[in-house]
Ligand binder design. Structure first.
Ligand SMILES: *Cc1c(COP(=O)(O)O)cnc(C)c1O
Length: 378
């Protein structure tokens, strides 16, 4: 097989990105400097949120979100099973209990009816995941949250640039979390961010990012003061200026990358019409940011093996979180708790999709899928 390997996702780094990073390396501030605030402001401008707190990775952003919202022992937070483990782990970090609410079969987004059924007197909030890049049913989630006095966090690590009723993801929940890992829409190497419209939450998040201390080193230097106080148990979840300069440069390319992801997804969708390979559905009021292109196939394991044999980097997102051994052993979760996610897990496969890919790669992947379906299984 001489065809080159197509990964399921990868970053694009150009000379502008390299120049931006190099400029920071020649400057005075490698961390907690001006590039951090500039990147935060740029993401605010892009999403429409009023406050942004950049941190070392998306998992750290989820962790400080739970802390800022006051999660502790005895508290329950409702999460979907069809996500990366970090969505639920952040609740455990704080001593709380993640409670799994099943997803909808056609989109794999959290099912509002399942959320409502999972509410107990200990429920404090909901973390909803904009799975694959499609915003959840935020209207329904808001209604539930309001009725029961719950917070809403958007794990939008898949959905930077997505839109819901014409509104960018970033202002649909109390706190929205992004990741800048290289497979995500834009990268800082490792990196993450919380955005919020609440000044109180923003201040808490900022403190928790840096040891729970009231000022940072640059503020102390500019005011000439040595005094600071630690008022909360915070962490060192800071991100460097080197990373933020890369993020700023990457962000300028995001709109064209979202468009390219949508074009590639539409090419896939059109090719899979009337096929045994069934794409997930996007609601008409949503712009999908297509972090992942996920399809369902009955003979998933065969398809996966044949795609890998054809040098195509198919993947599976995700093993439902409640089926991981850690969760089974420590929280008593088990198969049967989330039947829709469990059934989907048997059938889903992520096909390559990233903005550097061309339409001939889509054709090669579609043909490989069709060949896999046509060949008799041995
Ligand atoms: C990537 C991701 C995270 C974690 O982000 P990191 O930056 O890798 O820590 C959390 N939730 C979801 C849904 C993700 O895809």
């Amino acid at each position: 097989m001489s065809d080159t390997f197509i990964p399921y996702g990868r970053q694009i780094i150009d000379e502008d990105d390299i120049a931006a990073v190099t400029a920071v390396l020649r400057s005075d501030w490698l961390t907690t400097g001006p590039a951090v605030g500039q990147f935060e402001q740029a993401v605010c401008g892009y999403t429409g949120a009023t406050h942004a707190i950049a941190v070392s990775n998306g998992t750290a952003a989820l962790h400080i979100s739970m802390l800022a919202l006051g999660i502790g022992p005895g508290d329950e937070v409702i999460v979907p099973p069809m996500t990366f483990a970090a969505t639920a782990n952040c609740v455990l970090y704080c001593g709380g209990k993640p409670v799994f609410a099943d997803v909808l079969a056609e989109s794999l987004l959290i099912d509002p009816a399942a959320v409502e059924a999972a509410i107990t007197p200990r429920t404090k909030g909901i973390i909803a995941v904009d799975y694959a890049g499609q915003p959840c049913n935020w209207d329904a989630l808001h209604t539930i949250a309001k009725k029961h006095g719950l917070f809403l966090v958007a794990d939008a690590c898949h959905a930077l640039g997505a839109e819901y009723h014409g509104r960018k993801v970033g202002t649909l929940a109390d706190i929205t979390v992004f990741s800048f890992h290289p497979v995500k829409h834009i990268t800082t190497g490792e990196g993450g961010m919380c955005v919020t419209n609440s000044p109180e939450l923003a201040q808490k998040l900022r403190m928790l990012r840096s040891h729970g201390i009231t000022t940072d080193a640059r503020q102390r230097e500019t005011t000439g003061a040595w005094f600071y106080e630690m008022t909360e148990l915070g962490y060192n979840y800071r991100i460097t200026d080197i990373q933020c300069a890369l993020g700023l440069s990457q962000l300028t390319k995001l709109p064209q990358w979202i468009q390219k992801r949508n074009e590639l997804a539409q090419a896939y969708d059109a090719s899979f019409l009337h096929s045994a390979v069934r794409p997930l559905q996007t609601a008409p009021n949503c712009l999908n940011a297509y972090h992942l292109y996920v399809v369902r196939a009955k003979e998933r394991d065969t398809l996966f093996a044949k795609l890998r044999a054809a040098n195509i980097g198919a993947n599976v997102h995700y093993v439902p979180v409640h089926l991981h051994p850690y969760y089974k052993n420590n929280l008593g979760t088990h198969p049967g708790m989330c039947p829709v996610a469990e059934q989907a897990y048997e059938e889903i496969i992520t096909l390559p999709l990233w903005p550097g890919m061309d339409s001939s790669s889509v054709q090669r992947i579609v043909t490989a899928c069709q060949n896999a379906a046509d060949e008799p299984n041995r």
